[in-house]
Design a binder for this molecule. Structure first.
Ligand SMILES: Cc1cc2nc3c(=O)[nH]c(=O)nc-3n(C[C@H](O)[C@H](O)[C@H](O)COP(=O)(O)OP(=O)(O)OC[C@H]3O[C@@H](n4cnc5c(N)ncnc54)[C@H](O)[C@@H]3O)c2cc1C
Length: 331
């Protein structure tokens, strides 16, 4: 794929930021489960937050290809940092005068503690099924928004994942996004972007693992030569490079369809499925190439594998991606 000058500028700015502000600290954040809020805040003025949001709403107005390129760079620095928005799916919201009162708990909310705002899909009309769901936005400092539990996780330790309890959270009428009943439609519209984003994260973490493995294979000598010169390792690296590029191209293909205003739910699901499973394999192969050191946290590759593992689970599990793709094939 050939990029525009602007897309390359955005990629290079994201890369420079990630290499300077994220890479040197990622192992420490992982070890101490630290969410580097100051780094997330520094990404805002650089246009790395709300990238695709129109400038009149305070975003950078970037296209999805630029977004995918930037996410790859940030995820190559630390995959967990890419998840910075919060979404809570609740049980119900009841209208009281000019306000909605929301109750319910939801597990696994990324940035449930560190985000300033929560997007909440709530059932406002239980009789209307999907059309009875509405979307709200609420500051996480609001009374009635409580972090009930912080989850301990295999990876993504520089991002907090929480169980959120909404206990009589009051949201003014004007903080409903769109009209009553539009929540499901808004959430669905976000699915393509979300899946392209997770797929780009997968490419980023896979690239970091591949680069670490390549470096190590050139340096480490066994039986009188660098291990990259042993065909078993050289072939493994060749396969890693090829599958990484294939995954990247599928992500960029889905992103460019989105930019062209074409339907791309199937392609976004394909990108998410292929990139997440490719990332897990590449990270595992990177551990293998490091031998015993790959299993120690002195080297970054075991973290990459832990960070990659969840990419087959969130934003719709890969079983669900296969269902979406299968349905699209049915016509
Ligand atoms: C670190 C982390 C961060 C997360 N962040 C967020 C967030 O910010 N916001 C948010 O809303 N959610 C978030 N999640 C939740 C995540 O999206 C869900 O865990 C995921 O969608 C799977 O849902 P589940 O856990 O309920 O699994 P289940 O739906 O119980 O699925 C269990 C298993 O059954 C399979 N399965 C279920 N239904 C079918 C079917 N119809 N056909 C075939 N197989 C099926 C699944 O694929 C899976 O293998 C996060 C999760 C994690 C681990």
């Amino acid at each position: 794929m050939i990029f525009t000058d602007l897309q390359l500028q955005i990629r290079d700015a994201a890369r420079a930021f990630a290499q300077k502000e994220i890479v040197p600290h990622a192992a420490e954040w992982d070890r101490t489960c630290t969410v580097p809020v100051h780094v997330l805040r520094a990404m805002g003025p650089l246009g790395l937050m709300g990238m695709c949001v129109a400038p009149e709403w305070g975003g950078a107005g970037a296209d999805m290809v630029s977004y995918a390129l930037a996410v790859e760079e940030i995820a190559a620095g630390d995959c967990g940092l890419c998840n910075t928005d919060a979404a809570a799916l609740t049980t119900r919201a009841v209208k009281k005068g000019e306000r909605w009162v929301i109750e319910g708990t939801k597990q696994f909310i990324t940035a449930g503690r560190s985000a300033d705002l929560a997007f909440i899909v709530a059932l406002t009309d239980p009789q209307a099924g999907k059309r009875g769901m509405s979307m709200f936005v609420a500051p996480t400092k609001s009374p009635g928004y409580r972090v009930a539990r912080e989850e301990a996780k295999l990876g993504h330790r520089a991002a907090d994942t929480c169980q959120i309890a909404l206990e009589g959270l009051e949201v003014p009428e004007q903080d409903m996004l769109g009209v009553p009943g539009a929540g499901y439609r808004i959430a669905l519209a976000y699915l393509e972007n979300g899946r392209i984003g997770v797929a780009a994260q997968a490419v980023g973490v896979a690239r970091a693992a591949f680069e670490a493995a390549l470096r190590y294979a050139r340096e480490r000598e066994a039986f009188g030569k660098p291990i990259i010169d042993h065909q078993a390792i050289g072939f493994k690296l060749a396969e890693m490079a090829t599958t990484l590029e294939a995954a990247r191209q599928l992500v960029l293909h889905a992103a460019s369809l989105k930019d062209a205003g074409e339907p791309c739910l199937k392609e976004a699901s394909m990108a998410k499925l292929l990139a997440s499973e490719t990332a897990e394999r590449i990270c595992s192969d990177a551990i293998q190439i490091h031998g015993g050191y790959g299993y120690l946290n002195d080297f970054p590759v075991e973290k990459y594998w832990r960070d990659a593992r969840v990419l087959s689970i969130y934003e719709g599990t890969n079983e669900i991606q296969r269902l979406v793709i299968g349905r699209a094939l049915e016509g």
